[in-house]
Design a protein. Structure first.
Length: 364
């Protein structure tokens, strides 16, 4: 852990200088930049965990990255990170991303969004969308039988029963997760835990964001839920670009420090590109690009809290921090009243997490 933090300090400085230069080059016309243009120039890499400048959200995010980027053996050295980092950033800065650069939009997503926007649509109507695909139906029932949603000893063996047990909001959350899950699958030999940890974090963040939007910011819970899922997609796509660059001739495996720096800098800007390409509600990609004061209000505030809370829950589940420490860090975040924090934490941390790797949810 100490080696990773020291590596982060070195790579963060190199990558921050690179990103600052790229941002200066993109400065002309910034006042009229489109959503895609704004996504192409993220802020400089924030201070890593352990530095005096890191706020609680950054510390929790750094801890999440350390968990996700754990290696099976000796981590790759940072000696070749500068050139590799430059190659990845150059790719991410491209303005003309084609469809092949972005994950394919789930075929049934437009129908789900249309149904959600219809005030007369029922949970059964939403479940009928998934019923068109046998694989998605099986995934929905698997998640519905997890400790998150299963309320009775009797298994949930049909879409109709799932709808009856979890209701409209519950079925909406399950369907969204089911649609995103196949797109997020990533097998990463350099960092074997990455795919599973990032999926778990996205699923937890989507729940926390929806609860926070309902209870604290009074924003659209469906949009908030997609914020949590989309930021996970952004992290997955950043890692894919890093792995692609590392596979080129003359490149070495990336160090955990470089991977963490790229994830910190680019996850949300890339997620915003995905949200725009998938035609998610405009509020989703606007919130993903929120910074400064914008990040402390509305959906951006729900996203910031949800990412931190999901990271805290995972770090507790994996024994990296205690629950008291996790809550103490979350209490330092602005804008979430103590009673709301406690309620969301109980709903979030008192439940298992569906993973991509196994049928059984992770122990809570």
């Amino acid at each position: 852990m100490i080696v990773l933090v020291l590596g982060l300090l070195v790579v963060a400085a190199l990558l921050a200088a690179l990103l600052w230069r790229a941002r200066d080059q993109a400065a002309p016309g910034a006042g009229t930049a489109s959503l895609a243009d704004r996504a192409a120039a993220p802020a400089a890499v924030p201070a890593p965990a352990g530095s005096g400048q890191a706020d609680p959200a950054q510390r929790l995010q750094a801890g999440l990255h350390a968990l996700a980027l754990a290696t099976a053996g000796v981590p790759a050295a940072a000696a070749h990170d500068s050139g590799l980092g430059e190659a990845v950033v150059a790719t991410l800065e491209q303005q003309d991303w084609s469809a092949r650069h972005l994950p394919r939009r789930p075929q049934l997503l437009p129908q789900l969004i249309q149904t959600v926007n219809d005030s007369d649509a029922s949970a059964r109507a939403m479940a009928a969308i998934i019923g068109q695909d046998a694989v998605l139906t099986g995934n929905l029932l698997r998640i519905a039988n997890s400790p998150v949603y299963r309320l009775q000893a009797r298994p949930v063996d049909s879409l109709q029963r799932a709808v009856t047990l979890v209701g409209t909001d519950g079925i909406r959350q399950i369907i969204s997760a089911v649609l995103v899950q196949p797109v997020m699958q990533l097998h990463c030999l350099a960092f074997p835990q990455f795919g599973t940890v990032i999926w778990e974090h996205a699923l937890l963040a989507s729940r926390a964001a929806a609860d926070h939007a309902r209870l604290v910011t009074h924003e659209d819970a469906f949009a908030a839920q997609w914020l949590g899922l989309t930021q996970g997609l952004g992290a997955t796509l950043v890692m894919r670009h890093l792995l692609d660059a590392a596979s080129q001739p003359g490149q070495a495996l990336p160090s955990p420090a470089l991977a963490a720096a790229l994830l910190e800098a680019w996850t949300l800007p890339v997620a915003s590109r995905i949200a725009a390409a998938w035609e998610l509600p405009a509020a989703v990609h606007e919130a993903l690009l929120g910074d400064g004061d914008q990040a402390r209000a509305g959906l951006s505030a729900s996203l910031r809290f949800a990412r931190a809370a999901a990271a805290a829950s995972l770090l507790c589940r994996h024994g990296r921090i205690g629950q008291a420490q996790a809550l103490a860090l979350l209490e330092q975040l602005d804008g979430t009243p103590p009673h709301a924090l406690q309620w969301i934490w109980r709903r979030l941390h008192g439940r298992g997490v569906e993973t991509l790797e196994a049928d059984e949810p992770a122990a809570s």
